[in-house]
Design a protein around this ligand. Structure first.
Ligand code: XLS
Ligand code: CA
Ligand code: CA
Length: 436
C-alpha cells in the first residue's frame, strides 16, 4: 500500500527550479570537499515527529490525522513502519532514529510490551533489508508514561530505576539487532522541580550508575555503537541535569564516563540553554565529543522547545562549519528532530518540511566548505592570536613561565597596544559567502 500517493521520488533540480517538491541545493552524489553530500550530511528521519506526532499541545488535542491512524494499535505500528520507509525512500533519506515507545504500543506488563516490540522490529528489519536504510541511533522513552513522574534513573522510587534499566536493556538489544550506529540518552525527566524534596547527589549518582550499567551491558552483548548524551536545560523538568554541553562534559568526567560517551547536540536545546547552536557544537568539538546532531530550530520569541524544521541558513552554515572542522560525522548524522506545526495538517506538509530542512543544511554545507577552503576564519584567528607564537606568548603556551617571570616582563612594558576584533567586517564576509 502506498501512503504518500501522488508524490514521487524527490530529486535535485537546482536552484532555478520552480518545482517545490524538488531539492534546490541538496544533490546527494555531488562531491564537496572530497565526499558526496549525502555522506557529509547523513540525514535521518525522526520516527516520533514524523510518524507518531499528532499536532497536540498543552491546550488541545491532536489536529493531524494520518492514513494509518484508524487501525488497531499493532496494525497502526506496522503501517507506520511501511509509511516511514516509503517516506525515507521518496526523500532519499538513508537513516532513521527511534524511541522504543515510538515503534510499538505500550502494554499492561513489561513482558507484553517487549513482545510488541519484537513483532515490530521484525517488520523494521525486513524494510531495512529491502531498502538499505540504516539505523542512526536508538533510544528509550523514559519520560512519557506516568510511571516516570519522578524521573527514570533519577526517580526517588527504586522500582522505577529497575523498570528503566529493563527498558534500556531491551532498547540496546533492539538497537544492536538493527545494527544501530549509536544509542542516545536524553534524560527527559532526569531533573527536578524543587530542591525542597530532592536528594540531588543521590539522583546524579544514580544517573551515572544507569549509564555505567548500560555501557557494561552493551559490552556484554557485543553492541559497539557510539553512546551519546543529549543535553537540554529544561522542559519537561524545571532543571534538567544534562543542562548543556559544558555541564554534560563535566558530569561525564566526574563519573569517569567521558571516554564512553559523545554528545548529541540539538539546536533548539542550545537556544533554550541561552547558547547558540554553534557554541554547543564548538564546545563538544574542542573536547573531542561531537557525536551527532538533532537538526531543528526554536522560535526566537518563544521560550520552549518548538522543534521546528531548520530553515535558518546562518545556523546551518555555522553548524556545518563545526562539523567539517571536526572532520565530519563518524558514527553520527543529522537527525531531523523537527515536527510540522499543529496547523500543517496535510500529508505533503511533511515533504515540504523535510525538503526545507535538507536544502538548508545542503546550502549550509556548501557555504561552510567554501569558507574552510578559503581559510576565511582560520587566517583571521591565526593572526588574532599570533602573539602566542613567538616571544613571551610562546613561553606562556609552552608553560615555561610563571607569575614571577611574567611580572618581570610586564614591568618592562611601555603601554599595551591592542588590535581591532573586526566583528562587523567578518559578519559581512560571512554574509557575502551566503549570498554568493
Ligand atoms: C526532546 C528530545 C528527544 C530526544 C530523544 O526534547 O529532543 O526527542 O532527542 O529522546
Ligand atoms: Ca532531540
Ligand atoms: Ca527538542
Amino acid at each position: 500500500m502506498e501512503f504518500f500517493k501522488g508524490i514521487g521520488k524527490i530529486s535535485y533540480e537546482g536552484k532555478e527550479s520552480k518545482n517545490e517538491l524538488s531539492f534546490k541545493y541538496y544533490n546527494p552524489e555531488e562531491i564537496v570537499m572530497g565526499k558526496p553530500m549525502k555522506e557529509h550530511l547523513k540525514f535521518a528521519m525522526s520516527y516520533w515527529h514524523t510518524l507518531t506526532a499528532g499536532g497536540n499541545d498543552q491546550f488541545g488535542e491532536g489536529t493531524i490525522v494520518r492514513e494509518w491512524d484508524c487501525l488497531t494499535p499493532m496494525e497502526r505500528a506496522k503501517a507506520r513502519v511501511k509509511a516511514g520507509f516509503e517516506f525515507m525512500e521518496k526523500l532519499g533519506i538513508e537513516y532513521f532514529c527511534f524511541h522504543d515507545r515510538d515503534i510499538a504500543p505500550e502494554a499492561e506488563t513489561l513482558a507484553e510490551y517487549q513482545k510488541n516490540l519484537d513483532e515490530i522490529v521484525d517488520v523494521i528489519e525486513i524494510e531495512m533489508k529491502r531498502t538499505g536504510i540504516k539505523l542512526l541511533w536508538g533510544t528509550s522513552n523514559m519520560f512519557s508514561h506516568p510511571r516516570f513522574v519522578h524521573g527514570a534513573a533519577t526517580s526517588c522510587n527504586a522500582d522505577v530505576f529497575a523498570w528503566s534499566a529493563a527498558q534500556v536493556k531491551k532498547a540496546l538489544e533492539i538497537t544492536k539487532r538493527l545494527n544501530g550506529a549509536g544509542y542516545v540518552f536524553w534524560g527527559g525527566r532526569e531533573g527536578y522541580e524543587t530542591l525542597l524534596n530532592t536528594d540531588m547527589k543521590l539522583e546524579m549518582d544514580n544517573l551515572a550508575r544507569l549509564l555505567k550499567m548500560s555501557k557494561e551491558y552493551a559490552k556484554e552483548i557485543g553492541f559497539d555503537g557510539q553512546f551519546y548524551i543529549e543535553p537540554k536545560p529544561k522542559e519537561p523538568t524545571k532543571h534538567q541535569y544534562d543542562f548543556d554541553s559544558a555541564t554534560v562534559i563535566g558530569f561525564l568526567k566526574t563519573y569517569g564516563l567521558d571516554k564512553d560517551f559523545k554528545l548529541n547536540i540539538e539546536a533548539n536545546h542550545a537556544t533554550l540553554a541561552g547558547h547558540t547552536f554553534q557554541h554547543e557544537l564548538r564546545l563538544a568539538r574542542i573536547n573531542g565529543m561531537l557525536g551527532s546532531v538533532d537538526a531543528n530550530m526554536g522560535d526566537m520569541l518563544l521560550g520552549w522547545d518548538t522543534d521546528q524544521f531548520p530553515t535558518n541558513i546562518y545556523d546551518a552554515v555555522l553548524a556545518m562549519y563545526e562539523i567539517l572542522k571536526d572532520g565530519g560525522f563518524k558514527t553520527g548524522g543529522l537527525n531531523f528532530d523537527s515536527k510540522v506545526r499543529r496547523a500543517s495538517i496535510d500529508t505533503d506538509d511533511l515533504f515540504y518540511a523535510y525538503i526545507a530542512g535538507m536544502d538548508t543544511f545542503a546550502k549550509g554545507l556548501r557555504v561552510a566548505a567554501k569558507l574552510i577552503e578559503d581559510k576565511v576564519f582560520e587566517n583571521v584567528v591565526a593572526q588574532r592570536y599570533a602573539s602566542y607564537t613567538t616571544g613571551i606568548g610562546k613561553e606562556i603556551v609552552e608553560n615555561k613561565v610563571g607569575l614571577k617571570e611574567l611580572s618581570d616582563y610586564a614591568l618592562k612594558l611601555h603601554g599595551i597596544e591592542n588590535r581591532s576584533g573586526r566583528q562587523e567586517r567578518l559578519e559581512t564576509i560571512l554574509n557575502n559567502y551566503i549570498f554568493a
